[in-house]
Write a protein that binds this ligand. Structure first.
Ligand SMILES: Nc1nc2c(ncn2[C@@H]2O[C@H](COP(=O)(O)OP(=O)(O)OP(=O)(O)O)[C@@H](O)[C@H]2O)c(=O)[nH]1
Ligand SMILES: [Mg+2]
Length: 449
C-alpha cells in the first residue's frame, strides 16, 4: 500500500469507451500533469483533454475524481473515460507510470477495497463472480453474496459461536467456584442446531458450484440413437460429428448453453453398448459412464423407430451400470420415422425428431423445469471451495465440541473447539485471514479490478 496504482479497467479490445483507473495518494496530482480542463470537483464528471509530456493532444476524455475515503477502494481514485482505442489506453497508462504510478496487479483495486473495509472477503470474491456470471442464476447468486445476504448468514453463525464461547470462558474465569453459567443440555441443543445449519450449507455446495460453473447435463444412450444430433439441435450449431455409423462419437464433447436462466454444460457421450469394437470405444464408454455419474440430469436418448420405451428402459438399466444415477429424462428420438406417435411416448417420454429440430422447445422447457426443482434458485448457496473447506473445518470442530459435551469433558478443551470453529468461519468473511489466502483470492481477478 501507499503507492499509486493504475490499470485499464475495461476489456482489452477496441470499443466505444475505455476506462483507465488510478488509485492511491497521488492519483489526482498524477493525472493533473496531463489534464487540460477545469480543476476536478469531487464526484463530478468533467469533460476535458489529456495532453502528453510534449503537450500533444492524446484524447478528449471524461474525468471523475473520487476523494478518499469515499471511493471504491477507499483511497484517492481518478477514473478517466477515453475513446476505447488500445493505443490511447496504453499511452495514458505509460504516461502515468512515467510519473511514478505502478501498474496494478490482478485484483489489486478490490484488494485495497477489502483492506480499507469497503468490502468483506466474500463480497470481494462475489465481485469476481459477478463479472464472470453468464446466466441469470449465477448473476443472482453473485449479487446475493455481494449485497451481503450470504455475509449476514455467515456472520450470524460465527456470532452464535462467539456467544457460546464467551459463556464457557466466563465459567473458566470462575473455575475455582465451580459454577455453570450455561446449562449443558441447552449448550448441546444450540451446538446441534449450529451443526445442522453448517451441514445444510455444506450440502448446498454441489449446487452452488454448478450454478457458478455450469450445470452438467449428460446426453447418453445406445450408439446411433441421435445423441450428437440432439446436442447440435440444442446448441443450434453443428458442433458434434453426426453419421449413420454407430460409434461415431468416441470421446465426450462438452458445450455451454444458457437455457431458461441457467447455464448448462451439455455433455455428448459415446454410445453405450455391451461389446465395444475396440479399445478406444471402450474407453469412450468408460468416460460416458463417469460423466453420467457426475451429471445433475441425464438425457437418455433412444431410437423410437427401433425400440419401445419399455425396451429402452430395460436396456438402459443394463448399460448405465449400478445406481445411484441422476434423474433421467427419457428422450424418444426419430419419431419422424413412426407412422403415429404411441401414447406411451407422449405420456412417459419426451418425443423429438432431433434431425428436424422437432420437439426441442418442449424438451428445453422440461429440462428447465427439472433443474428448477433442484434448488438452484436459492439465494444462499455455498459456491466457493474456499468457503466449503472453512465450513468443513467448522463442522468438525462443532462435532468435537458436541462429543465433549456428551462425554462431560472439561470446559477448557470445549472452549478450544469453539474457538477453532469460529475462526474457521471468520476466514470466510475475512475477519480472520492469513496472508496466503488473500494472495490466492486476488490473483484470480483480472487486472483493473
Ligand atoms: N430420421 C431421423 N434420423 C435421425 C434423427 N436424429 C439423428 N438421426 C440420424 O441418426 C444417425 C445417428 O446420429 P448421431 O447423432 O450421430 O447418433 P449418436 O447417438 O451420436 O451416435 P454415436 O455417436 O455413434 O453414439 C445419423 O445418421 C443421424 O442423421 C431423427 O430425428 N430422425
Ligand atoms: Mg454421437
Amino acid at each position: 500500500m501507499g503507492d499509486t496504482i493504475v490499470a485499464v479497467a475495461t476489456a482489452w479490445a477496441p470499443a466505444a469507451i475505455g476506462i483507465v483507473r488510478i488509485s492511491g495518494p497521488n492519483a489526482l496530482p498524477l493525472i493533473l500533469t496531463y489534464w487540460r480542463g477545469k480543476p476536478p470537483r469531487p464526484r463530478y464528471a468533467h469533460f476535458g483533454a489529456i495532453h502528453d509530456e510534449n503537450g500533444t493532444l492524446l484524447d478528449q476524455v471524461i474525468l471523475t475524481y473520487f476523494p478518499a475515503p469515499f471511493s471504491s477502494t477507499g483511497e484517492e481514485v481518478v477514473e478517466v473515460a477515453c475513446h476505447g482505442s488500445l493505443y490511447i489506453l496504453r499511452r495514458l497508462v505509460e504516461l502515468l507510470i512515467a510519473k511514478g504510478a505502478r501498474l496494478a496487479r490482478p485484483g489489486e483495486f478490490t484488494l485495497r477495497a477489502y483492506l480499507n473495509r469497503k468490502l468483506s472477503l466474500d463480497q470481494a470474491e462475489a465481485v469476481a463472480d459477478l463479472i464472470q456470471a453468464r446466466s441469470a442464476v449465477a448473476h443472482r447468486l453473485a449479487l446475493s453474496q455481494l449485497t451481503g445476504k450470504y455475509y449476514e448468514r455467515v456472520r450470524q453463525l460465527r456470532a452464535q459461536l462467539i456467544d457460546l464461547l464467551a459463556l464457557i470462558e466466563l465459567e473458566l474465569d470462575f473455575s475455582e467456584e465451580d459454577v455453570e453459567f450455561a446449562s449443558r443440555a441447552q449448550l448441546e441443543q444450540l451446538l446441534e442446531s449450529l451443526r445442522r445449519e453448517i451441514e445444510g450449507l455444506l450440502h448446498s455446495y454441489r449446487i452452488g458450484q454448478a450454478v457458478r460453473e455450469g450445470i452438467p447435463v449428460a446426453i447418453v444412450g445406445r450408439p446411433n440413437a441421435g445423441k450428437s444430433t440432439l446436442l447440435n439441435a440444442l446448441l443450434a450449431e453443428e458442433r458434434a460429428i453426426v453419421s449413420e455409423i454407430p460409434g461415431t462419437t468416441r470421446d465426450t464433447v462438452e458445450e455451454r448453453l444458457v437455457l431458461g436462466g441457467y447455464e448448462l454444460r451439455l455433455i455428448d457421450t459415446a454410445g453405450l453398448r455391451e461389446n465395444p469394437s475396440d479399445a478406444i470405444e471402450a474407453e469412450g464408454i468408460r468416460r460416458a459412464r463417469e460423466k453420467l455419474r457426475h451429471a445433475f440430469l441425464v438425457l437418455y436418448v433412444f431410437d423410437a423407430a427401433q425400440e419401445s420405451l419399455a425396451q429402452a428402459q430395460a436396456h438402459a438399466k443394463l448399460l448405465l451400470g449400478m445406481p445411484p444415477y441422476p434423474p433421467i429424462l427419457w428422450v424418444a428420438n426419430k419419431v419422424d420415422l413412426l407412422p403415429a406417435l404411441p401414447i406411451e411416448l407422449q405420456t412417459h417420454a419426451i418425443p423429438i425428431a432431433a434431425k428436424e429440430r422437432k420437439g426441442i422447445d418442449n424438451l428445453e422447457r422440461i429440462i428447465t423445469e427439472k433443474i428448477g426443482e433442484m434448488g438452484v434458485d436459492s439465494e444462499i448457496l455455498l459456491s466457493h471451495t474456499r468457503h466449503y473447506e472453512s465450513f468443513l473445518r467448522a463442522k468438525e470442530a462443532v462435532e468435537a465440541a458436541l462429543r465433549l459435551l456428551r462425554e462431560k469433558g472439561g470446559s477448557e478443551i470445549l472452549a478450544e473447539e469453539l474457538r477453532l470453529a469460529q475462526a474457521a468461519i471468520g476466514e470466510i468473511t475475512g475477519e480472520i485471514t492469513p496472508d496466503e489466502v488473500l494472495g490466492h483470492i486476488f490473483s484470480k481477478f483480472c487486472i483493473g479490478k
